[in-house]
Design a protein around this ligand. Structure first.
Ligand code: MN3
Length: 204
């Protein structure tokens, strides 16, 4: 069964003014659709067809660049849409387990935001910054180049992503041009912490 481009869980303009509608429309309808289509083409007729995306990424070093780039692109954007929301916020509700974990593992919300923002701002060229859960169930912040992610066996730091921000220019250039830090700040205003908390509990 082929991988499917997921519907956006909100309208293209739902994240304005933080993320503009035209960027969302192109990003989902062209970029994510493209990764999904090319992933399906890369695995069609191989023993990867029918595997979960997580299983494919876990052994991605054994596959070609098409599987690495498009498999990562498929997974990363699917997570990205889900961790933003028009009802998102800059901080998790105090009662959520993720709030306590950020305090315990990362030294508090401000320290997390500094680390995450720095990881996103300093990723040279194209890539992603991540909040992840490691094998011991602890949170860590990291970044990866291109469409790589921490599920991949090629990643420097491995774990399960529960929050990710896309810092490819296609994610922000129409509205923010070269001002990546402004885009990162805007992203941080629309984080769907309920979803991040759900992903945290599932990964832990
Ligand atoms: Mn993208």
């Amino acid at each position: 069964m082929a991988f499917q481009l997921p519907d956006l869980p909100y309208a293209f303009d739902a994240l304005e003014p933080h993320i503009d509608a035209r960027t969302m429309e192109i990003h989902h309808g062209k970029h994510h659709a493209g990764y999904t289509k090319k992933l399906n083409a890369a695995i069609e007729g191989t023993d990867l067809a029918g595997q979960s995306i997580e299983a494919i990424l876990a052994n991605v070093s054994q596959h070609g660049a098409g599987v690495r780039n498009n498999g990562g692109g498929f997974y990363n954007h699917r997570l990205f849409w889900s961790v933003m929301s028009p009802s998102g916020s800059a901080a998790p509700a105090a009662g959520l387990e993720i709030a306590a974990a950020i305090d315990a593992d990362l030294g508090g919300l401000d320290a997390f935001k500094d680390a995450f923002t720095k990881a996103a701002a300093t990723r040279f060229g194209s890539g992603w910054a991540w909040l992840c859960v490691n094998a011991e169930g602890k949170l860590f912040v990291t970044s990866t180049p291109n469409q790589d992610n921490p599920l991949m066996d090629v990643a420097e730091e491995k774990g399960t992503p529960i929050l990710g921000v896309d810092v490819w220019e296609h994610a922000y250039y129409l509205n923010y041009q070269n001002r990546r830090p402004d885009y990162i700040q805007a992203f941080m205003q629309v984080v769907n912490w309920d979803e991040v908390n759900k992903l945290y509990l599932a990964a832990k």
